[in-house]
Design a protein around this ligand. Structure first.
Ligand SMILES: [Fe+2]
Length: 172
């Protein structure tokens, strides 16, 4: 099998939904996404432009909130945040990310601790169900914009599994 297909098979077996859905061709959206940083109004404009395209997912899974996460090299506290994201963890709520710009690296772990590392880019939509062990970091470009969908942000704390692993980015 092609490596990409084996990645899909591995993450699908964990219950992770990983789809490719082109970023909507909305007026002004590409220009906004080309900025490294976005202020609150610009973030709201991106959510407005993209939100309707995920209405079916919101209805199907009960996602009541969405926002845009924007990370770039000058993001305050980025290094510390990446060190937290890099530790294997689970959430009590689904983790849904629709990548709109930049790229990131997810590691997905099965019950035996076997890990599959996948790079995600604009157009990748991931739904990591509650309880699925995973971790995340950015690529060397240190840049991503992703729509996040939530049933309830209270359920979205990280529960660290303490699984002993090396740094995720070292595997790229
Ligand atoms: Fe997570």
């Amino acid at each position: 099998m092609h490596p990409h297909q084996t990645d899909h098979a591995f993450v699908s077996a964990l219950g992770v939904q990983w789809l490719h859905r082109p970023v909507p061709d909305q007026p002004g959206l590409a220009a906004l996404l080309a900025h490294e940083a976005l202020d609150a109004d610009q973030q709201a404009a991106v959510v407005q432009a993209v939100g309707a395209s995920v209405a079916a997912e919101c209805a199907a899974h009960g996602y009541h909130r969405m926002d845009l996460v924007v990370l770039h090299p000058a993001t305050a506290g980025l290094q510390a945040a990446l060190q937290r994201f890099d530790q294997p963890h689970t959430h009590a709520d689904d983790e849904v990310r629709y990548i709109l710009d930049g790229e990131g690296i997810f590691g997905f772990l099965d019950a035996q601790g076997q890990e599959r590392v996948v790079t995600v880019r604009a157009g990748d939509y991931l739904r990591v169900p509650a309880g699925v062990e995973h971790r995340f970091t950015l690529t060397a470009a240190r840049r991503i914009k992703a729509l996040r969908l939530f049933t309830d942000t209270a359920g979205w704390a990280a529960h660290y599994t303490q699984r002993p692993v090396g740094a995720l980015e070292m595997k790229e």
